[in-house]
Design a protein around this ligand. Sequence first.
Ligand code: B12
Length: 211
Amino acid sequence: MNQIETIYKAVVEGNAPEAKAGVEAALQAGISAGEIMQNGLIVAMTEVGRLFEAGEYYVPEMLISARAMQAGLALLKPQLVQSGVKAAGRVAIGTVKGDLHDIGKNLVAIMLEGAGFEIIDLGTDVPPERFVAEVQSGNVDLISLSALLTTTMPAMATTIQALQAAGLRDKVKVMVGGAPVTEAYAAQVGADGYGPDASAAVRLARNLVSK
Ligand code: B12
């Protein structure tokens, strides 16, 4: 097995120490950070997403793989910045006001990061003004909103309205998700897209940012 295959296997199997050791060995062997990220980590997370969608992996496996990927990615970050691998886009991500659930939001952030997006993680219980301020900074291509409670879903609408009121709605794409959120709800609140899980979030983000 070559070094890239070792990294791929470690991430798919959720073995963080092996993923880390594999990345270290690959870097030492002179393989570029971009190649390790693309052909090792990202391809592996794409496979994890596929296994999840096929019902072969569940959330715990996906989380463990995501952690292994993050362990490898942490070692690559300095090199990726140095070698100037272009970010796929910049995403401000958060769980909406009043909502403290962050496991799904973190998974979406990790998968987006693995796909090459730069992440500004605003955390949980994020008020609309905070998202508005991020967009005002002029550095955000996409906003990713999560809500896990039926009582906090309306904060998605409030956030989009706040962007509209600030005259910023056409400057940024907005995607929404979380267990109680649906495609129909996303359309109702004026979001640009909805995804049912973290791998759908990656596809959606790529799609929205390329528009
Ligand atoms: C863990 C959990 C908690 C933990 C959260 C810990 C943490 N750090 O997140 C704690 C214990 C704190 C908690 C608290 C509460 N919880 Co709770 N919680 C859950 C539980 C069991 C799991 C949620 C979870 O993490 N799922 C796993 C992740 C991976 O899934 P996910 O978040 O849906 O994310 C995936 C997708 O939705 C999607 N996605 C997510 N965000 C986005 C964004 C975009 C843009 C896209 C495209 C996709 C996307 O991708 C993710 C990965 O595939 C759910 C039950 C459930 N089955 O959902 C209840 C649940 C959400 N909780 C519930 C409730 C009622 C509460 C409390 C009000 C309980 C209470 N009385 O205090 C509080 C509210 C606190 C608050 N203000 O937020 C209810 C909500 C009911 C409702 N319909 O509103 C649920 C459904 C349980 C139930 N069946 O009653 N909870």
